[in-house]
Design a protein around this ligand. Structure first.
Ligand SMILES: [Zn+2]
Length: 141
């Protein structure tokens, strides 16, 4: 089963990322040893905007009744607006996620699984069995 939805069009003008794409990524370790694989979800811009708004909205809505609190509104309203913005910002920055990851610990050979890890290079995964920290690099074909 292939999860690749992304269609490369490198010689054309760059099209905006309108759809969430999912790629299968293979990982290697520091010593180039194959470690395992995961799905990499690259959210679309519209999806990110929605997720960010969903994260920010409760704080922004909470700010509305605070407008009517005498004196305290000078403090509460800007603080709640700022918190909402910070909550949404991590989504608006548009990080990819690794999902359904399956790798093997090189030290104790235990199979490790992870899900919904934000993109990081190298991706650090802690072995739940021996405590070894795996550093995973995307294997580019
Ligand atoms: Zn281990």
């Amino acid at each position: 089963m292939s999860h690749v939805i992304l269609q490369g069009s490198s010689d054309e003008e760059q099209t905006p990322n309108m759809e969430t794409t999912i790629e299968t990524i293979k990982f290697k370790l520091d010593d180039d040893q194959f470690a395992g694989e995961a799905l990499k979800e690259i959210p679309s811009r519209s999806e990110l905007r929605k997720k960010g708004l969903r994260a920010a909205m409760p704080f922004w809505l909470a700010a509305i009744p605070c407008i009517f609190i005498p004196l305290l509104h000078y403090l509460l309203v800007p603080v709640l607006l700022a918190i909402g913005f910070l909550q949404g910002r991590s989504f608006w920055k548009g990080k990819a996620l690794y999902k359904s990851g399956k790798v093997t610990c090189p030290r104790c050979k235990k199979g490790l699984e992870f899900n919904d890890l934000p993109f990081e290079s190298p991706l650090k995964v802690l072995c739940s069995s021996c405590g070894y920290q795996l550093r995973l690099y995307e294997l580019t074909p």
